[in-house]
Design a protein. Structure first.
Ligand SMILES: Cc1ncc(COP(=O)(O)O)c(C=O)c1O
Length: 402
């Protein structure tokens, strides 16, 4: 009999839901046309893309014309930030101050690296708002960072390592009020972007409720395929395309569309909407059960980030006197998959920038473990994980002489 395998790393990616896969399947070999082609094969594929666009628009409550399909969140985040900065610097409006962008210290690397690039190339000035120990940015800190030259605020909706939920609606309201004042002074409008990748499964992502101009989502975090996602762009928002080539997606993106991926993304969004409440409740119940047992049954453990304001499937623990890598490998040997930080930084031995941002010291950071549950997680799996974790922690502490 094969070894039991348990997946508790849903923040890094999710399996494709069989219903999503069924929707995608015809678009690989039967309905394989290029949606840009004018013949019937192309039209068939094009219709499927437009249907997925309507599903996405229903999900985010926007116009289908405001959805641009991309290869996933990395591209969407690059596009929103670089595209808004370049649109501003390309404007022919006399005196041009260097655009200023506000983001936070604990965004995903694809936001932070994009901002760093703009800074290094002298294209934009960036402020990285600090994150208090509860893992929640303060609206006041964003507000205080605003300058006359600010053109964009980019704050993630839920953090991918510690799961904490950011006050997006409140930031949206604050920016709206600031923009009203700025209009009178003829200052540039501040655009608002949120990376909602980790929020789509569980939180309200209706763009008008959030007050965002851009929103990033990715299919593979919501039981859809890898390599597909979108950027929501509010109508009349200044943005420049960042790829050169064909004029796909209303002229905003180049590259043949990933039709099966887009079809799968649309189907995954529709399911996420339909099953949100059920998935939320189930994940929360299971996660809280796991919290309670681990905090009670393992010595020297604490939680990273706020316990209350976090998405329901995330737990990020800090174990005293144990290395996260050691725990991960020990659990992996028993068939259990968890993470020490974001998937993108796996193999990188530097402490997680997210934990550093919330003030976790280097030593503690190395003892951290992220456990993220999903809609296929069972109580038996959680019980087996807790039992194995206890054994692994005891063994590692013993080896370390603790
Ligand atoms: C918050 C967040 N943003 C962006 C990404 C990148 O997503 P993608 O794999 O779709 O490029 C991830 C994936 O880990 C993420 O968690």
């Amino acid at each position: 009999m094969g070894k039991k395998k348990i997946y508790l790393d849903y923040a890094s990616t999710t399996p494709v839901d069989p219903r999503v896969f069924a929707a995608m399947k015809p678009y690989f070999s039967q309905k394989f046309g290029n949606p840009s082609s004018l013949h019937s094969f192309g039209r068939e594929a094009g219709d499927a893309v437009e249907y997925a666009r309507r599903l996405a628009a229903d999900f985010f409550r926007c116009d289908p014309l405001e959805i641009v399909f991309t290869s996933g969140a990395t591209e969407s985040n690059n596009f929103a930030i670089k595209g808004a900065a370049i649109a501003f610097t390309s404007r022919k409006n006399g005196k041009k101050a260097k655009p200023h962008i506000i983001t936070t210290q604990f965004e995903h690397s694809c936001v932070l690296e994009t901002c760093k690039k703009l800074e290094e190339r002298g294209i934009a000035e960036i402020t990285y708002a600090k994150i208090p120990s509860d893992g929640i940015v303060r609206v006041e800190d964003i507000k205080k960072s605003i300058k006359d030259s600010t053109i964009l605020v980019s704050v993630m909706y839920a953090n991918n390592e510690i799961g904490t939920i950011q006050p997006i609606k409140e930031i949206g309201k604050m920016i709206k009020a600031e923009n009203t004042k700025r209009e009178k002074k003829n200052l540039p409008k501040i655009l608002f972007h949120t990376d909602a990748v980790q929020a789509v499964n569980y939180l309200d992502c209706k763009v008008d409720n959030l007050g965002v101009d851009f929103l990033t989502a990715s299919a593979h975090k919501i039981y859809g395929p890898k390599g597909a996602g979108c950027l929501y762009i509010r109508k009349n928002t200044p943005i420049r395309r960042i790829q050169d080539g064909g004029g796909h997606e209303f002229g905003l993106r180049a590259g043949t569309l990933n039709v099966p991926g887009i079809v799968g993304f649309g189907a995954a969004l529709a399911l996420a909407e339909k099953e949100r409440k059920k998935n939320y409740k189930m994940a929360e119940k299971m996660r809280d059960y796991m919290f309670a047992r681990i905090l009670k049954e393992v010595k020297g453990v604490k939680l990273n980030g706020s316990k209350i304001k976090r998405i329901p499937n995330n737990a990020n623990f800090n174990f005293r006197d144990v290395e996260g890598e050691g725990m991960l490998l020990g659990l992996d040997m028993k068939g259990i998959a968890v993470s020490t930080g974001s998937a993108c930084s796996a193999g990188d031995l530097r402490p997680s920038h997210v934990l550093t941002a919330i003030g976790v010291n280097e030593e503690e950071s190395h003892g951290s473990l992220r456990v993220t549950l999903g809609k296929y997680t069972t109580k038996q799996e959680v019980d087996y994980f807790i039992q194995t974790l206890k054994e692994v922690v005891v063994r590692l502490r013993k080896i370390a002489g603790k």
